[in-house]
Design a protein around this ligand. Structure first.
Ligand code: PLP
Length: 365
């Protein structure tokens, strides 16, 4: 650390220069995060010093968290859902499996997941000492649910399905998983970190939420398609007892117990996430999602016109293509199968798709 502090001008010119080194969102086609909605940034800035880890000191902020849970629970067909704001999909997935492990009581628990699960499940299984049993995918990169029962045994504490896979943007057959979970009496966690803020705003979306009786918990991330500031995830649970299983005593705080993973938790992103929902309403979210889907289809049509085929027809705004050269400065990503992957987030507007297609067309001409 410096002995003497820096002047404000010097400090902020240093910080601005560092920020300039980041890739401009104009070229970011690979991320599931986006530029926060202006109301999210404004709301976040009002709550900078709030700490949801000590909610008795911040009852106003805590009530916003409750409202966020109620709003998202209602959106996902369970207005009475329990939940809390996490730091994102990773924490929500860890906590869901932690609950499932506690509830099962098994000494050698395992979880059954599709091969497409996000790598956060590897972290969760490592931390929680769970055996991960991986189910193959069908030709459309969805979990092959016919293969699930053979992997379940009496030590299976959870089944996991993904609603909006990270790499291919498809939704696993959650209805089938719900029946399997109900038949075997197993906890079913749905990772809708991405799709949870897309599917409710689409016509004819595949079912994935609490309307399916076997679904026990859902991860949904406002900091992805919810256009909140980072970090904003939410874990929703059907049964209250599930959270109680994680409670620890918190002697020096304004509450007696907590069941969250983090202690100190920021109120800013929670205010940001709620602000977006309140400001846009369902109507505004439908427009945003429709725009992202329209851009996804334009991209798919444009790429196919150059002879670069899609890999799957996605359920959400993630497009994948056969391997092809992509010129700088575009930042795309590649799936583990080596396919080109582009996420049409709200910042990836129609003009960006057209200039990307033009650059690809120049290469393929
Ligand atoms: N689950 C899914 C389906 C995801 O796509 C991601 C991230 O992209 C995560 C979980 C992890 O979310 P986070 O990076 O917010 O922890």
């Amino acid at each position: 650390m410096r002995e003497k502090g820096r002047s404000i001008d010097d400090l902020f010119s240093f910080l601005s220069a560092k920020r300039q080194e980041d890739v401009s969102h104009e070229y970011i086609l690979s991320s599931m995060c986006t530029i926060p909605h202006p109301v999210a940034s404004r709301a976040h800035s009002l709550f900078l010093e709030t700490n949801l880890g000590d909610p008795g000191l911040f009852p106003g902020t805590a009530s916003l968290e409750s409202l966020l849970i109620e709003r998202l629970g209602t959106l996902l067909s369970l207005p009475a859902a329990y939940g809390y704001a996490t730091s994102g999909g990773t924490e929500s997935n860890i906590q869901a499996l932690r609950i499932a492990k506690r509830l099962s009581g098994s000494r050698t628990p395992n979880v059954v997941v599709p091969r497409s699960v996000h790598f956060s499940f590897q972290k969760a299984c490592d931390i929680l000492d769970l055996e991960m049993r991986t189910v193959p995918l069908d030709r459309e990169f969805r979990m092959d649910t016919d293969r699930v029962p053979e992997l379940i045994d009496r030590n299976t504490c959870a089944l996991v399905g993904v609603a909006g896979t990270t790499e291919y943007g498809v939704v696993d057959p959650i209805r089938e998983l719900s029946s399997i979970a109900a038949d075997f009496g197993i906890f079913l966690h749905v990772d809708a970190a991405f799709g949870g803020m897309v599917l409710p705003f689409l016509d004819d979306a595949p079912p994935f939420d609490f309307s399916l009786p076997g679904v026990s918990s859902i991860a949904v991330d406002p900091h992805k398609m919810g256009m909140s500031t980072i970090p904003a995830g939410v874990l929703l649970i059907r049964e209250k007892d599930a959270f109680s299983s994680l409670a620890v005593d918190t002697p020096y705080l304004s509450v007696r117990q907590e069941f969250t993973l983090s202690g100190t938790r920021p109120g800013g992103p929670v205010a940001g996430a709620l602000a977006v929902l309140e400001y846009l309403g369902k109507e505004g979210m439908r427009d945003i999602v429709a725009g992202c889907m329209k851009n996804t289809w334009r991209l798919i049509d444009g790429m196919e016109a150059f002879g670069i085929p899609r890999i799957v027809t996605p359920d959400v705004n993630v497009a994948t293509f056969a391997k092809t050269n992509v010129p700088a400065p575009w930042r795309v990503s590649w799936t583990r199968e080596g396919h080109l992957r582009i996420v049409c987030m709200p910042h990836v507007h129609a003009g960006i798709i057209e200039s990307f297609l033009k650059d690809i067309g120049d290469i393929h001409a």
